[in-house]
Design a protein around this ligand. Structure first.
Ligand code: ZN
Length: 205
């Protein structure tokens, strides 16, 4: 099943890597192979780096990293769910210490590459990462979570209003009127439910 990418913020897409798209919960990162597939689909890690890490790591190592990713995910879910709907405050930084510890292990470096974005200069400085071990798969995840807390206005971080839906998203719509993870999933469900209710009221009235 393809990853659900409806959050409009990669840090929240990561939280949405466990969800109940139909009836049963699906965890896209339930093991090492799942984690690799999810990282590829979301573009968090380049395919060449994934292929290299896969050949260099044992399945048990990859499963271990997936377990660590799930732990991080549920820790971060607690942070986000508690604070969504209002701006982050200075004191919230204390609770982000585990994330800062993880970011410390990141092996990023710059590289000058040809400019493909059509700017005035011929070259651009691109951030690259050393993929030294299976653990380094956690780094783009940590970066996405860090960007969420640094760049996103938590006032508009929302949970889908679908009664059984657990998906989170950043509401970037004008007027901030977004209510659903997606029209295709919960928006239509809500419309159908409202329609049924109206029909019932007509019958009974
Ligand atoms: Zn939903």
């Amino acid at each position: 099943m393809p990853a659900i990418l409806v959050a409009d913020a990669p840090g929240l897409d990561f939280l949405n890597s466990v969800a109940t798209p139909v009836d049963d919960p699906v965890d896209w990162i339930s093991d090492g192979e799942g984690l690799l597939a999810w990282l590829e689909q979301t573009g968090f890690v380049p395919p060449a780096a994934l292929a290299e890490i896969r050949t260099r790591s044992t399945p048990a190592e990859l499963d271990g990293v997936a377990a660590r990713a799930r732990e991080l995910r549920e820790w971060f879910r607690g942070f986000v769910r508690k604070r969504k709907g209002r701006p982050l405050a200075a004191k919230d930084l204390r609770e982000l210490e585990p994330l800062n510890q993880l970011l410390e292990q990141d092996q990023q470096h710059g590289e000058i590459v040809p400019n493909t974005s059509g700017g005035a200069a011929s070259f651009e400085l691109r951030a690259k990462r050393r993929w030294q071990s299976a653990e380094s798969l956690l780094m783009p995840i940590a970066e996405a979570m860090a960007k969420l807390v640094c760049e996103e206005d938590f006032t508009y971080v929302k949970a889908c209003e679908g009664p059984k839906c657990t998906l989170l998203f950043a509401d970037h719509t004008r007027g901030h009127a977004r209510r659903w993870c997606s029209m295709a999933i919960c928006g239509n469900r809500a419309k159908v439910a409202a329609h049924r209710k109206r029909l019932k009221e007509l019958e009974n009235g």
